[in-house]
Design a protein around this ligand. Sequence first.
Ligand code: FE2
Length: 106
Amino acid sequence: MSEFVYQADLVPYTRAELVEKVAANLSTSRFEHCLRVEQTAIELARQNGADVERAAIAGLVHDYAKQLPDETFIAAIQANHFDPDLLNYGNAIWHGVLVRISLNVI
Ligand SMILES: [Fe+2]
């Protein structure tokens, strides 16, 4: 699956490049979880007639920002002028928001 090439308008990386970025940002156990979620997302997309490529990318990157420190999230929320109400939440919400701007994905 590492030779998989995503559509350019979805993400500016090949799957191999994206896997490398996710692996570099996460613990081994969290990275392996992301690979399992990617496979489950692909299976579910196929079963339900959804876009397999989008599902695969979402599954692979969904926890990309999960292990960043709170200070990084707070700075990103402020720098990107996100709703300041986000500051009332924590990593459980923040990590999903920051995946998109961290990786420039869909
Ligand atoms: Fe997860």
